[in-house]
Ligand binder design. Structure first.
Ligand SMILES: [Cu+2]
Length: 412
């Protein structure tokens, strides 16, 4: 075989390699695709952290954190009456072994209460080695997925070492990686062959046009033979009988089985925070300056706590805007998508106990654009939502307020 040198092919190849090399390391996989008002005003994640980001196959890792369910839940998003916390992974690289909500074992979906705070923990086990981008996320029934903060996990080791055995209620130890595999393959093939055979039985004969002509000629009696009718009757009776018989065989063989659960777990939100009512924050208005990529939030802070508080952070859609003035006190967020020093106040003096102050917060950062949060002003629901973190450094306390306000865009 003669190999021809094709310059255009080489050029194409170079271009390809170049595009791979120059691709930015940040990867998007849909977390920014959801409308900003859903990302900002449904599940508000905070304090999310991983026990480790480097581990081996078979080793356990846990992700824990909290989330607030926004009071100002968007009107167009169905209420979180059935919600499931899951982990987004590129394929079966981890297995989930345990999951908790507010310290309680959590198997099914749960109904979340707007205004409530919850604490979660998910335990996972490494299955396939590699470097993966992983998020905890919520599946909200009829609304879709709301992503939590993402991290990179490095799983080392040998995939052959992976063990996933468990003990059944009868005391039998089974390997979950292969248990029932042959059985599953057999039944898929069995029904597949039966269905394909039934189709072929009809398809092998002349099809639409010729049958239509016969119908037109009044020969419909000849379209279906006595043999066709016999086979149809055999299938009609045989399939249900087979299903019922095999079901009886299975039930007999595994008498102690727990059915797949389809109910809802009932887990109430954490008791109202001790700080509730001690520092009240009310958002008055919000203005977004498109050219400056700056959100101006006017909030009224009513400090009824015992100590002076300072605004340290505004967090929305897993973006943490930190008050640069407070960076020294070490309120750094967890390993989240973005964190920065984009927050500044018109008055940085601590808000004294008993003081009621209207504060203008400027959150100026390219993240509004890069995280596609500025799409808010083009939405039919232009309301911003997020968590405002206030700190009492003397008492070592943190107060969290979920705020929301309608956003007025400014174009100059
Ligand atoms: Cu991600």
């Amino acid at each position: 075989m003669k190999v021809l040198f094709k310059p255009w092919l080489l050029a194409l190849l170079c271009l390809n390699v170049l595009s791979v090399l120059t691709v930015p390391t940040a990867q998007a996989h849909g977390e920014k695709a959801l409308e900003p008002f859903i990302r900002m005003r449904t599940i508000q994640w905070y304090d999310v952290q991983w026990s480790t980001q480097k581990f081996n196959v078979n080793e356990e890792v846990s992700v824990s954190g909290k989330f607030h369910v926004a009071e100002d839940w968007p009107i167009s998003v169905p209420k979180p009456e059935a919600s499931f916390l899951n982990i987004s992974t590129p394929g079966p690289v981890l297995i989930r072994t345990e999951r908790y909500l507010n310290g309680k074992p959590w198997t099914n979906s749960v109904s979340l209460e707007p205004g409530g705070d919850y604490e979660f923990k998910v335990v996972l086990k490494g299955r396939l080695p590699g470097r993966y981008h992983i998020h905890p996320f919520f599946n909200l029934k009829d609304a879709g997925q709301v992503m939590g903060p993402g991290v990179w996990l490095d799983i080392g080791g040998d995939p052959g070492d992976f063990r996933n055995t468990l003990k059944t209620i009868n005391g039998e130890v089974i390997d979950m990686e292969s248990f029932g595999f042959a059985n599953g393959v057999f039944w898929h093939l069995f029904w597949g062959v039966l269905a394909a055979g039934w189709l072929l039985w009809w398809v092998r004969r002349p099809l639409f046009i010729s049958r239509y002509r016969m119908l037109d000629a009044g020969l419909e009696q000849e379209l279906i033979t006595a043999q066709d009718k016999f086979i149809a009757k055999a299938v009609l009776v045989g399939v249900p009988v087979l299903v019922l018989a095999l079901n009886a065989v299975t039930a007999n063989r595994y008498p102690d089985a727990i059915p797949l659960q389809a109910g809802l777990d009932r887990i109430l939100p954490l008791p109202a925070q001790v700080n509730a009512g001690t520092v009240n924050v009310d958002a008055i208005k919000a203005e977004y300056n498109v050219a400056q990529r700056a959100m101006l939030l006017q909030v009224s802070v009513d400090n009824r706590s015992q100590g002076a508080v300072r605004i340290g952070e505004f967090s929305s859609s897993n973006v943490h805007f930190m008050n640069a003035e407070l960076a020294d006190v070490g309120h750094m967020p967890g390993k989240d998508d973005v964190s920065n020093n984009g927050l500044s106040l018109d008055n940085n003096t601590p808000i004294a106990p008993g003081e009621q102050r209207t504060v203008t917060i400027e959150v100026r950062d390219a993240a509004w654009e890069s995280e596609k949060l500025d799409g808010l002003i083009k939405d039919a629901d232009s309301r911003i939502g997020g968590l405002l973190f206030l700190y009492d450094d003397v008492m070592g306390k943190r107060y969290i307020s979920s705020i929301s306000a309608a956003v007025i865009p400014k174009f100059n």
